[in-house]
Design a protein. Sequence first.
Length: 152
Amino acid sequence: MKINEGIFAIKLYELEQQYGRMQSRLHLCQTEDHSKIRQELQKSTDEYKENEILLKNNVEGSRSPAVAALAGAQLEYFQTVRRILEQELPDYLHSETSTSPEDRTEAAALYAEYAIDFAVQSARYALIAALKAIDQQMNSEEQKEEKQNETK
């Protein structure tokens, strides 16, 4: 399949759907009671864990070294940010190592803000990667045309 035949359109559609689900969940949860928030948190956590298992499988079972390396980098990122959120972030915010509820709330909000910033930066990087792939395909097509023109 040629890149310009819509391979990225499918991935962008998936991204749009995921963004829409996230936006809807956040909007609904801001008006729900605490038990509903906990249900949504558990559901999202389960989905996250499923994705982490898939990444581990990709790292271990991929025939492509490039896919294994990319999945490994993503898995390492997931594990690192989870450790920071759960264990380290409250201490980073307050040198006296206070773990009061207010400190944990502030840490969680800061973490969420940075997670969203990371998602935005990831989208920018995805655009760069897609443009590089399209550029490479166009370079290849131009080289083929040049060779064809030389043989004429």
